[in-house]
Ligand binder design. Structure first.
Ligand code: AMP
Ligand code: ZN
Length: 117
């Protein structure tokens, strides 16, 4: 946990482009955006991944998901967005602090569609 890059961002020890902060949540732009708008929303509490959650995390996860639409609109995504959560090795998670990617922007999501669409 001490070595967690997102915990350090939340603590202000590593700079970021902040989108939002409250008592439980923190949101910031991805350093390597895959679309015109790409930010991440994380719980301030260190939860390694979606595979590590249990019922005790339900309040903060509920709060996080209930905030996504408002944050997306605040970042200029009124027509929708893609929500991505990578989990574990198979999910190709790189940073082990649970985060939800919000990705959007006009006509920028075609390359991310599943192959059969
Ligand atoms: P993943 O764990 O696969 O969902 O991906 C982690 C994401 O964190 C990647 O999209 C990175 O570009 C992003 N990232 C890594 N370090 C930073 C940082 N210091 N500031 C902002 N985004 C970061
Ligand atoms: Zn962390």
């Amino acid at each position: 946990m001490n070595d967690c890059i997102f915990c350090k961002i939340i603590a202000g020890e590593i700079p970021c482009k902040k989108v939002y902060e409250d008592d439980d949540l923190f949101a910031f732009h991805d350093i390597n955006p895959m679309a015109p708008v790409h930010f991440m929303v994380v719980p301030k509490q260190h939860i390694a991944s979606l595979a590590e959650t249990d019922a005790s995390h339900a309040p903060v996860l509920g709060k996080l998901f209930a905030k996504l639409g408002e944050l997306a609109k605040s970042q200029g995504l009124p027509d929708g967005f893609r929500t991505i959560i990578n989990t574990g090795r198979v999910g190709r998670q790189e940073v082990y602090h649970l985060h939800v990617h919000i990705v959007g922007g006009p006509d920028q999501l075609g390359h991310m569609l599943p192959r059969n669409k």
